[in-house]
Design a binder for this molecule. Structure first.
Ligand SMILES: [Zn+2]
Length: 137
């Protein structure tokens, strides 16, 4: 969602003037989970080069921060768990979508169900690299 967050205007702020990046697709936002904040003298966002808006950054929205990116679609839960383990070994939190009906760990599903391997956006690039390496024998 673009535009300003409807919060009361920052009137009582001490400690100098701040600007923040309002670009919802800013790399800094994806990395930090909140918009970048800069000193008043900075003219453009150091991450995306976009225009800055006056005031401190609004509070991050947890829903947007927890948005997941599918980095790999495995043909079945077995492959999905293999890739999940490999990505988790890199200290990245991994979620499998479509796995819920396949039973307990170690129990193979009778039908092959596709499983989506998902991570949070900041780890998507790294997770994709790992998944591709696992995929190739
Ligand atoms: Zn930016």
């Amino acid at each position: 969602m673009l535009g300003r967050v409807g919060r009361s205007r920052p009137s009582g702020q001490g400690g100098g003037n701040l600007k923040h990046c309002a670009n919802s697709e800013c790399p800094g936002l994806a990395r930090d989970g909140r918009p970048g904040e800069f000193e008043d003298r900075v003219m453009a966002c150091l991450d995306c080069g976009g225009e800055l808006e006056a005031g401190a950054a609004p509070e991050p929205t947890p829903a947007a921060f927890r948005e997941l990116v599918t980095v790999y679609v495995a043909p079945n839960a077995l492959v999905g768990n293999l890739i999940k383990s490999a990505i988790e070994a890199d200290d990245i939190e991994v979620f499998l979508a479509g796995e819920a009906l396949t039973g307990a760990i170690g129990e193979l599903p009778t039908t092959a169900r596709e499983v989506s391997v998902q991570v949070t956006p900041e780890f998507a690039e790294r997770a994709r690299e790992i998944a591709v390496q696992i995929e190739q024998p």
